[in-house]
Design a protein around this ligand. Structure first.
Ligand code: NAP
Length: 485
């Protein structure tokens, strides 16, 4: 009998009203169930919103540094469980253990960073035009905030939404992805053990349609922070903006790495392999397009294929494994579907392309890291997000052409360039349409203390992480005070 994990509402661990549960399955070994989670419905989401609304005034009235102390304590608890929580993440999401450890460490850093923000919620004091008038701004929390997160960073994303929301004085209802709810559960558990007051944090699992919709439609909810697919994010936007609820959407990408002819090609191949294939390509910031200057295209292709063929795919708990499985059968099917589409559109398969079978591969959703050469900008593989380990190579004649290709998609999340040409690098920084720009680094790999978010159809609303995160979770009040009558 596997463990049953409960919702967390008003400071209590509770069953959902229907008493139904759903399993959390290991994508590297589908015979393993990590536990059962509550298959909540609208009523459970509403109860969580009501608990959050009740707790909010007292939480907002507490001094912000004291709110931060709960985050510090939760960070400490999570750190003491790093190994166990990381292993659980590998088992529920599939990423390798070193990647999972890195992510849990990041969640811990996020809790500490925003714990510190309790004593650092800067506002402005600005001179008045008038005599004896003193002007300044205050930050006020919004109220109840609904947080909806995807499966691919099941610890870091819940942490980077919960921590700034809480330290700013909001109360939260967290709805994690159904494919990986345990990692977020561990953060909520740590906050509970840290003694956070009842109702300040609420956690409700269940199908997005049922729980997510009820959350965003609850009248107490004043802001929604969503990370996930464009399809769901855009539909949520339509719903919540009608009620003038603040909304933040972080969604898909089709992120390019531009490789110029002066690049060290071994280094460029490493950057591409890391960006395209680590975490099985299941990062919103993963590289899915390599845009390569013609004169180095063939040599880079050769190096890239050689390095990719050496990648070890397997169960992420095994030492030496570099690439885990796809997260579930549906994602694997999507990856394979796009591989077929690319072949049919005339792209040339130069590496991978198949589901892995035999031995341990039959236990899970394993796929070969895949490279297509001869991709042209109009192909679907060059335009649509796959969210798997599939990289398309596009050839470019010159730098201007590279910029046209790089910007020629509806997304604008992350982008990178590999070059030592300072002028071109600066031109790239100025002209690229992406929220996250990296130079001589993979498109993926962000740090918690800097703002994060995209442009174009990848994102909407204010930035997450770093000092910018507090802007979303607070409202500015402006005070004019005449200190003489
Ligand atoms: P998804 O299907 O959109 O799900 C995201 C979250 O929304 C899940 O918690 C899901 O619940 C919930 N949901 C589903 N339908 C809903 C509805 N009708 N109302 C409210 N909530 C609903 O995305 P995903 O497959 O988990 O994640 C992959 C996507 O996330 C990719 O497109 C990726 O690029 C994007 N992503 C973006 C960023 C970024 O920062 N830009 C970061 C990571 C991932 P269930 O799990 O129960 O369906």
């Amino acid at each position: 009998m596997t463990e049953v994990y409960r919702n967390y509402v008003a400071g209590q661990w509770v069953d959902c009203k229907s008493r139904k549960t759903f399993p959390n399955t290991n994508p590297a070994n589908t015979a393993e169930t990590l536990g059962h989670f509550q298959a909540s419905g609208a009523e459970d989401a509403q109860a969580a919103c009501e608990a959050a609304a009740k707790a909010q005034p007292a939480w907002a009235a507490a001094p912000a540094p004291r709110r931060g102390e709960f985050l510090f304590k939760a960070a400490e608890l999570l750190e003491s469980r790093l190994q166990k929580v990381s292993e659980e993440m590998t088992r529920e999401e599939g990423k390798t253990l070193p990647e999972a450890k890195g992510e849990v460490k990041r969640a811990i850093n996020i809790l500490r960073y925003f714990g510190g923000e309790g004593a650092r919620q800067f506002s402005y004091q600005i001179p008045s035009e008038r005599e004896k008038v003193f002007c300044y701004t205050l930050r006020k929390p919004l109220g109840v905030v609904a947080l909806i997160t995807p499966w691919n960073f099941p610890s870091a994303i819940p942490a980077w939404k919960m921590a700034p929301a809480l330290v700013a004085g909001n109360t939260v209802v967290m709805k994690p992805a159904s494919l990986a709810p345990l990692s977020a559960y561990r953060i909520v558990e740590a906050l509970h053990e840290a003694g956070i007051p009842a109702g300040v944090v609420n956690y409700v699992t269940g199908a997005g349609g049922a729980v997510g919709n009820a959350l965003v439609e609850h009248p107490a909810v004043r802001a929604v922070s969503f990370t996930g697919s464009c399809e769901v994010g855009n539909a949520l936007y339509e719903k919540v903006t009608r009620r003038r609820v603040r909304v933040q959407l972080e969604m898909g990408g089709k992120n390019p790495t531009v490789v110029l002819k002066d690049a060290d090609l071994d280094y460029a191949a490493d950057v591409l392999v890391n960006g395209a294939f680590f975490s099985t390509g299941q990062k919103c910031t993963a590289c899915s397009r390599a845009i390569i200057e013609k004169s180095v295209y063939e040599s880079l292709l050769e190096k890239l294929v050689a390095k990719t063929r050496k990648l070890k795919v397997g169960n992420g708990l095994e030492p030496g494994v570099e690439i885990g499985p796809a997260v579930d059968a549906a994602q694997l099917e999507t990856d394979l579907k796009y591989i077929e589409i690319a072949k049919n559109e005339g792209a040339k398969l130069v590496c991978g392309g198949k589901r892995l079978t035999g031995g341990i591969y039959d236990l899970g959703y394993f796929i070969e890291p895949t490279i297509f050469a001869g991709v042209t900008p109009g192909m679907r593989i060059a335009q649509e997000e796959v969210f798997g380990p599939v990289l398309g190579l596009l050839v470019t004649n010159d730098f201007d052409d590279a910029m046209r290709l790089a910007n020629g998609v509806r997304f604008g999340l992350s982008a990178s360039i590999v070059s030592r040409d300072l002028t071109r690098v600066h031109e790239f920084i100025n002209r690229i349409e992406a929220g996250l720009i990296t130079i001589n680094l993979p498109t993926a790999g962000v740090e918690y203390q800097l703002p994060f978010g995209g442009t174009k159809e990848s994102s909407f609303g204010m930035r997450e992480q770093g000092p910018a995160a507090l802007d979303f979770y607070t409202e500015t009040r402006t005070v004019y005070m005449r200190y003489a009558q």
